[in-house]
Ligand binder design. Sequence first.
Ligand code: FES
Length: 109
Amino acid sequence: MSELPQVFKHHVFMCLTQRPPGHPHGSCGTAGSSKYFDLLKAKLDAESMNGEIGLSSSGCLGFCTAQPLMVVYPQGVWYRPQAPEDVDEIVESFKSGTIIERLAVVPAR
Ligand code: FES
């Protein structure tokens, strides 16, 4: 089997799962993940980074207590943005190739 081509420098998957209010697991949707998804998309558009950074919505990533949650590959780092400014910082980290420790829920391996 041949290797898949490296399409993106980074690929972000953001959980947009929406569970009803009061659900025992909560959900990233109720924690505002769609707002962060839209902010990230707009920032990538503004920076003309769509060709190098993939952005995809995802279902539950299985770590609902960390909501709202995104995972960034190839690093495999999981981020929990808490403010719109965090999205700007995440985009800057794509440029610099760094990890934002304060936003990392699960550190990169
Ligand atoms: S609902 Fe987002 S990780 Fe489970």
